[in-house]
Write a protein that binds this ligand. Structure first.
Ligand code: DAH
Length: 341
C-alpha cells in the first residue's frame, strides 16, 4: 500500500507540474482528491488495514494530500502570473509611434470680431437682445418710420413669404429695437447681433446674407454726445487708440438727426489711397437719435425720453479689422485663408 501511495504522490505531482491550463489542474484535483479520487479511495479503504498499519498509512496519505494541494495552488499561481506577464507583453504601447494629430479649430474671423464687439458693449452695460430672422414687414419697415411706398424700402428689397408682403426676411437688425421697446421700458441698453438679408448681387463688398449688430439706448437725457462717446469707445477698442472717427450727416427714416460714421483710413491716415478709394476715410456704420415717432409708436413718451441707435455690418468691421479686401473670402471656408486669423 505504501508503494501505491508513493506512486500516486509521484505521478500526481509530476502531472501538476506539467499542467498547462487551469482546466487541466482542476481535472487533476478531481482525479486525485475528488470524492471518487485515487487518494480518497485509499483513505476510504483504511478499514481493511491492521491497527498498526492504519496510523502509518493515514499519516502518509495525509502528507501526500497536502503536497498535492499545495502543488495545485502553486501551479495555479504560476499560471496566473505567466498569463499576466503575457498580457502585459502583448498590450505594450509603443510610445515612440507618432500620434494622430488633433487639429484644434478656432473662431471664424466674423465670429471672433462679433464676440469681441459684444464684449465691448457688455463692458459698457449693454445686454444682448435677439430677434427673429423671419420678421413682420411691420417691424422691419413700417414701425421704423418706413411706410409702404417709402423709397427706403426699395433700397432694401428682400424676400417675402406672403402674398400681402406682410412677412419677410429682415433686411436689418433695427426691428429688434421695436421688439425691445415694445416689451420693456427705459432705461434700455441693448445690442442685437444677427443675420440680415437683402436682394443684393454677390461682389467684393456685397452679399445677400450678412451680419449686423444693432445698438439701442433709451433713457432720460440721452444726447448725440452719448452716441459719439459710445461709438468712439467701440472704434478705439476695436482698432486701437489712434483710430479717429468722422460723423457725417445722413438720412435714415427712423432716426433724427441721422449720421454715418467713418473711420480714418488705416493705410494712408487720411491722405487718400487705393484702400479708401482716395477718400482718406472708410464708411463704418449708420447711426442717429431715435425718431420721436418711433419712440411714441412703442409707447415711450418722446417728451420724457430720448435715445440713440446705430447699426453696423459685422463683415465690414471684420474687413477693416483684418484688412480683408473681398467679402467673399469670409464665406468660402478656405482653410488657407481662415488659418491666417
Ligand atoms: N439699419 C440701418 C441699415 O441697415 C443701419 C442703421 C442706421 C441702424 C441708423 C440704426 C440707425 O440703428 O440708427 O442700413
Amino acid at each position: 500500500m505504501k508503494a501505491t501511495l508513493e506512486e500516486i504522490g509521484r505521478a500526481s505531482l509530476e502531472a501538476i507540474k506539467n499542467a498547462a491550463e487551469a482546466s487541466e489542474l482542476e481535472a487533476l484535483r478531481v482525479r486525485y482528491l475528488g470524492k471518487k479520487g485515487e487518494l480518497t479511495a485509499v483513505l476510504k479503504s483504511m478499514g481493511s488495514f491492521t491497527p498498526e498499519e492504519r496510523p502509518v498509512i493515514g499519516q502518509l496519505a495525509n502528507d501526500i494530500r497536502m503536497k498535492i494541494e499545495s502543488a495545485i495552488t502553486d501551479r495555479a499561481e504560476e499560471m496566473k502570473s505567466a498569463m499576466m506577464e503575457n498580457k502585459l507583453h502583448s498590450e505594450t504601447i509603443d510610445v515612440t509611434i507618432p500620434g494622430v494629430k488633433v487639429r484644434v479649430g478656432r473662431s471664424h474671423p466674423l465670429t471672433a470680431v462679433l464676440d469681441e464687439t459684444i464684449d465691448i458693449f457688455i463692458g459698457m452695460g449693454f445686454r444682448v437682445a435677439e430677434g427673429p430672422e423671419i420678421e413682420y414687414s411691420d417691424y422691419n419697415f413700417t414701425r421704423l418710420n418706413t411706410p409702404v411706398g417709402h423709397p427706403a424700402r426699395d433700397r432694401q428689397d428682400t424676400f417675402y413669404f406672403t402674398d400681402d408682403d406682410s412677412v419677410c426676411l429682415r433686411t436689418q437688425t433695427s426691428p429688434v429695437q421695436i421688439r425691445v421697446m415694445e416689451n420693456s421700458s427705459p432705461p434700455i441698453r441693448i445690442v442685437s447681433p444677427g443675420k440680415v438679408f437683402r436682394k443684393d448681387e454677390v461682389d467684393a463688398t456685397h452679399s445677400p446674407v450678412f451680419h449686423q449688430i444693432e445698438a439701442l439706448v433709451v433713457d432720460k437725457g440721452i444726447t448725440m454726445g452719448d452716441l459719439k462717446g459710445t461709438l468712439n469707445t467701440l472704434v478705439h477698442r476695436l482698432y486701437g487708440p489712434d483710430a479717429s472717427t468722422r460723423f457725417r450727416p445722413h438720412h435714415f427714416p427712423f432716426t433724427e438727426p441721422s449720421c454715418e460714421v467713418d473711420v480714418q483710413c488705416f493705410e494712408c491716415r487720411g491722405k487718400g489711397c487705393r484702400i479708401c478709394k482716395g477718400e482718406g476715410w472708410i464708411e463704418l456704420l449708420g447711426a442717429g437719435m431715435v425718431h420721436p415717432d418711433v419712440l411714441a409708436g412703442c409707447g415711450i413718451d418722446p417728451d420724457i425720453y430720448s435715445g440713440f441707435a446705430f447699426g453696423v455690418g459685422v463683415e465690414r468691421l471684420t474687413m477693416r479689422r483684418f484688412n480683408i479686401s473681398d467679402m467673399r473670402l469670409l464665406y468660402e471656408n478656405d482653410m488657407r485663408f481662415l488659418s491666417q486669423f
